[in-house]
Design a protein around this ligand. Structure first.
Ligand code: ADP
Ligand code: MG
Ligand code: ZN
Length: 506
């Protein structure tokens, strides 16, 4: 058994001694209605083995047919990534014996990928402001996804220690596009954030293209993270390949961890083993998987049951005209339109709030208010509950409604937060929450004046101070009024009434 005890070197020390090199392999499950080579449905979450047929089960005599929409999506992805598109290429059989693929081979592309030699620019925040990195793309190729194995009976969910394994072929044959980067060098200490920014950019680009729902939590976007270290100026070191990392945060942590682990191994005179590794969300560590010291022989050969893919240049040019505005261009445009700083923009991007803020503005909400809600209160609630912002159940219509109630004085900021709390808790739309919780501003002057007068009577010394011109002392009275009205008064209005009552200039 390989030891799983990891010694780590301090991150900054590791970077003083070594240069990291990254390689990212991103798998994007396409959102086509049917599978890559048959007409089975691709919907997520069906009963196991209900979305299968003789083709994707690999039964003898069945023949695959290429899904034209999948080819079209791949070409559009390649074009968006500035790749060359092959005028002629074939599928290849990748032979291996493992129950996740019932045919005992996976149809993939090997030495004839559909798209090659592209790039994607990503921006990362640094202490000196945003910095752009060009990540070069080696290839974009088509393949079919494998079935899903569930190892039961053990405590890790892995095959070791399991009593038995279950297999679900619903996923087998779903179009899977792999985007492989060239080795990424020169990122230094920014390597973890560059990796994260790249995967985020790929995700946003795929979403803009509409080719996939790119849900990392559902596996429609997965990433293998390759990392190696070498002393500056020396040839690249041996890489580890951390498989199936399934969140942006984990991508960043996995790179960071591998730099710290490999730094420790190398500085103790050890050697990095070429292997796959598993990332553990709970500890932030990676542990060894399968060794790749002996390259596996997949006996690739051209797939004889499928015709070559030969897109005409007319078709490619036609597809080029369907490319959307790329996310980086969109971000710059929105930044100018909204007049926000680099830092504010970064906050929006980090909070993954861009789409939501844009929708909210379209719904008629002031841009500053839209940004404030999504990056402030809603981000806080989302983090607290461990859900995505978009899954909180708050819509742009809700925000527009609450903002209009704030504007006409029916809600204070504090009450508005309680309204959203209720929306998130499933108490209905803002009006239902307001009715259900009895949230209304205590606004009429006589009620407020009564509360002010009783607060003044209770704190005559404070009243005296304010009268003598110490306006700061008004806070104590306002606070007392807010308390008696259970926070349902408009503090600014209370202050104005109070000062007018005492005949003091605010
Ligand atoms: P494999 O089949 O082993 O996954 P791939 O070529 O599909 O190999 O992917 C390897 C990834 O690792 C690519 O992104 C490549 O750029 C990257 N890579 C290659 N050499 C190194 C290295 N020395 N250090 C880090 N990454 C590397
Ligand atoms: Mg790989
Ligand atoms: Zn099928």
């Amino acid at each position: 058994m390989t030891s799983v005890v990891n010694t780590r070197m301090d991150f900054d020390q590791a970077l003083e001694r070594f240069e990291p090199v990254l390689g990212l392999e991103t798998h994007v499950e396409l959102g086509t209605a049917s599978k890559m080579f048959c007409s089975c449905a691709t919907e997520f979450g069906g009963e196991p083995n209900t979305q299968v047929c003789p083709v994707c089960l690999g039964l003898p005599g069945s023949l695959p047919v290429v899904n034209a929409v999948a080819v079209e999506s791949t070409i559009r992805m390649g074009l968006a990534l500035h790749c060359d598109i092959a005028s002629w290429c074939r599928f290849a059989r990748k032979n291996y014996f493992y129950p996740d693929m019932p045919k005992d081979y996976q149809v993939s592309q090997y030495d004839e990928p559909l798209c090659t030699n592209g790039y994607l620019d990503v921006t990362v925040p640094t202490d000196d402001g945003p910095r752009e990195f060009r990540v070069e793309i080696e290839r974009v190729h088509m393949e079919e996804d494998t079935g899903k194995l569930t190892h039961s009976g053990g405590d890790t969910g892995r095959i070791h220690g399991a009593d038995y394994s279950l297999v679900d072929y619903n996923r087998a044959g779903i179009p899977l596009i792999e985007i492989v980067t060239k080795p990424i060098t020169g990122a230094g200490a920014l390597a973890p954030v560059v990796a994260r920014a790249y995967v985020a950019e790929v995700r946003d680009l795929m979403r803009a293209l509409g080719v996939s729902d790119v849900r990392m939590d559902q596996g429609s976007l997965r990433c293998d993270v390759n990392v190696s270290l070498a002393p500056a100026g020396e040839p690249w070191g041996t890489r580890s390949e951390t498989k199936n990392v399934n969140s942006l945060r984990s991508v960043e942590r996995a790179v960071r961890f591998e730099i710290e682990r490999q730094g420790a191994v190398l500085s103790e005179g050890g050697r990095i083993i070429q292997e796959t590794r598993h990332f553990h969300e709970d500890t932030g560590e990676t542990t060894p998987g399968r060794s790749k010291e002996q390259a596996e022989d997949y006996r690739y050969f051209p797939e004889p049951d499928l015709v070559p893919v030969a897109p005409s240049s007319e078709w490619i040019e036609e597809l080029r005209t369907t490319l959307p505005e790329v996310p980086s261009v969109r971000r710059s445009r929105l930044q100018v339109e909204w007049g926000v700083s680099d830092l504010e923009m970064q906050t929006l991007v980090n909070a993954e709030a861009l789409d939501l803020v844009e929708e909210t503005i379209v719904a008629g909400v002031d841009q500053a208010a839209a940004r404030k809600w999504w990056t402030g209160e809603f981000t806080r609630i989302a983090n607290e509950q461990g859900v995505a912002l978009a899954d909180l159940g708050i819509t742009s219509a809700h925000i527009a409604r609450v903002e209009s109630l704030i504007a006409d004085g029916s809600l204070t900021d504090k009450l508005a937060r309680q309204v959203f709390e209720g929306v998130v808790a499933g108490e209905g739309d803002p009006d239902s929450v307001i009715a259900g919780r009895g949230l209304a501003v205590v606004g009429d002057d006589s009620t407020l004046m009564a509360a002010i007068e009783s607060a003044l009577a209770e704190q005559p010394d404070v009243a005296e101070k304010i009268r003598s011109g110490k306006v700061q002392a008004a806070g104590a009275i306002v606070g007392a009024v807010m308390k008696t009205t259970k926070g349902q008064a408009d503090a600014a209005k209370v202050r104005t009434l109070l000062l007018a009552h005492l005949g003091v200039e605010g």
